[in-house]
Design a protein around this ligand. Structure first.
Ligand SMILES: C[S@@+](CC[C@H](N)C(=O)[O-])C[C@H]1O[C@@H](n2cnc3c(N)ncnc32)[C@H](O)[C@@H]1O
Length: 225
């Protein structure tokens, strides 16, 4: 693995990542601790070139990372919009397998195939929906559906990340100062956006929260039978 080369690339672009800078740094730190070739499965691919601040350019970042990892490291990505998969295909290398279609259907087809080949997934990066911050239910439900598709393919090393899933909290503005409402019956801060149902499921599965920033990540997310 050529860690130095990836670090050089990441250092050159990381400030463009804005609110995702710290969490992407933590994602790559996590992957650095996994030995051997790695597989990354992503839902929702890069759809606009150079849009680091808006979307994150996740597919490009993962592509670069696998190029500096062991041979046979790969990225699998899916997007329902053919315009997105076309743009993505023009930006990334052959390390990325790109599929056009619904993410849940794709995961249901891809994962049994990879399991048969004894491939483990190091990272699931779930980003296949544009969140509506006024009403995040549909996007949160879509990611819960993705979790049901991947749950049997999670190993002890797998990291799961959902984009647009920050911690949200009830706030008040008093005397022109904003602060957290802590008094009962205000709800406690919670993971919101696209990740709020997955976070509830993760909690029920005793998963470990790795970070929650603008993105949220968990590991030890293995289904308890
Ligand atoms: C936020 S963008 C992905 C951004 C990308 N991860 C990046 O960092 O640049 C969300 C994408 O999800 C796609 N999408 C929406 N519904 C989907 C579905 N059911 N299956 C797969 N992709 C879907 C949209 O077409 C859109 O391109």
């Amino acid at each position: 693995m050529n860690n130095k080369k990836f670090s050089e690339f990441f250092e050159s672009i990381k400030d463009k990542l804005g609110i995702r800078k710290t969490s992407f740094t933590k994602i790559f730190q996590y992957l650095d601790n996994i030995k051997g070739p790695i597989n990354i499965v992503e839902t929702g691919c890069l759809r606009i070139k150079d849009n680091f601040e808006g979307d994150g350019q996740s597919t490009l970042l993962f592509d670069k990372y696998t190029q500096f990892r062991e041979e046979k490291s790969k990225v699998y990505t899916v997007d329902i919009n053919p315009r997105a998969t076309k743009v993505c295909g023009s930006v990334v290398s052959d390390n990325v397998e790109i599929h056009t279609g619904d993410s849940v259907k794709y995961l249901n087809e891809l994962l049994p195939k990879l399991k048969k080949e004894n491939q483990k997934i190091s990272l699931f990066y779930l980003d296949s929906f544009d969140v509506d911050w006024q009403s995040s239910d549909r996007s949160a439900a879509h990611h819960l559906k993705e979790i049901t598709a991947i749950i049997n393919y999670i190993s002890e090393e797998t990291l799961i990340v959902i984009d647009d899933a920050p911690i949200l909290a009830p706030m008040k503005i008093e005397d022109e100062k904003m602060s957290l409402i802590t008094e009962h019956p205000a709800p406690k801060p919670f993971v919101g956006g696209k990740g709020y149902l997955v976070n509830e499921f993760a909690y029920a599965n005793n998963a470990t929260l790795y970070f929650s920033n603008y993105q949220t990540a968990w590991f030890n997310f293995k289904k308890k039978l």
